[in-house]
Design a protein around this ligand. Structure first.
Ligand SMILES: Nc1ncnc2c1ncn2[C@@H]1O[C@H](COP(=O)(O)OP(=O)(O)O)[C@@H](O)[C@H]1O
Ligand SMILES: [Mg+2]
Length: 261
């Protein structure tokens, strides 16, 4: 899969498409250590993983890269319809769904789908917590409990996700079994220094200049070490012909965040 440059495809499509490799990610050493270790295991030993952490800390990006490493690609956004077989393949099949947007009836029917020959199928549920709000916790539990599937989910908080999943499991007394098959890992924001150095490197990579050295310090400060905010600023800078990160752009990001500069 190709990695889009900031401000080009992402801008035109109106979506964020910068997707770092594990090596390009800043911070998150615990998360990356876990995912890299998982990738050394036989696919049949893989567990479900739930990534919990603040917005813009790399949960979705890391999960996508992980899913790609296992299955080679991600299929989105539609679910196969009930009764339809999953595509055949040796490496498995990764399904990308968003917890807030997935079709509820189809999601409920996942566990009964035909699991053909691949050893594992991976279901990447972005914004996992939203499934609970939509009354789909029980279906999620069934899928996570099925050894034919690996679920990797992301959520912004524990309360809306793992704990509620635990309570669903508790009700049918399968909590231990379910939790043995699940790893919860929290994502972390990088330190100021890490983010500063990383941002400098990205600006260089995308040949984006700075109007003033202080602009970068300001950006790190207002971003509160949230990588996603810095990426937003880089993408904005890349979308202008000047190819420069300016104080105006930093202020634009701040306005969007509603934070004082
Ligand atoms: N640690 C990181 N290193 C590099 N890029 C990151 C990191 N965290 C987030 N990003 C980038 O910032 C943007 C937002 O990250 P995302 O993975 O969507 O965050 P989350 O899912 O945690 O809300 C994406 O373009 C992503 O590639
Ligand atoms: Mg996300």
């Amino acid at each position: 899969m190709s990695t889009a440059q900031p401000g080009t495809a992402s801008k035109a499509l109106g979506i964020r498409s910068y997707l770092p490799t594990f090596e390009e990610m800043v911070g998150n050493s615990k998360l990356l250590g876990l995912l890299k270790h998982q990738l050394t295991l036989p696919v049949t030993d893989l567990k479900n993983i739930l990534l919990v952490g603040p917005p813009g800390s790399g949960k979705s990006a890391a999960a996508r890269r992980y899913a790609e490493s296992i299955c080679g690609h991600l299929e989105r956004p539609e679910l196969p319809s009930p009764g339809r077989k999953w595509p055949k393949g040796n490496s498995g099949y990764a399904l990308f769904i968003n917890g807030g947007a997935v079709d509820a009836d189809l999601f409920r029917s996942i566990a009964s789908w035909d699991v053909c020959f691949a050893p594992k199928h991976l279901i990447f549920v972005d914004e996992f917590g939203l499934l609970f709000e939509r009354g789909l916790a029980e279906s999620l539990r069934v899928v996570m409990d099925n050894p034919a599937y690996i679920v990797i989910g992301t959520a912004q908080s524990m309360t809306a996700s793992a704990r509620r999943l635990e309570s669903v499991a508790e009700r049918d007394q399968r909590r231990e079994a379910l939790l043995r098959r699940m790893i919860v890992c929290t994502t972390e924001d990088p330190t100021e220094k890490e983010l500063f150095d990383w941002t400098l490197k990205q600006l260089k990579k995308w040949t984006i200049g700075l109007d003033h050295p202080k602009t970068l310090h300001d950006l790190i400060l207002v971003s509160e070490c949230r990588v996603g905010r810095v990426v937003t600023a880089i993408e904005k800078a890349a979308s202008y012909p000047e190819q420069q990160l300016t104080r105006d752009i930093v202020q634009e990001v701040v306005r969007e965040l509603d934070l004082p500069l």
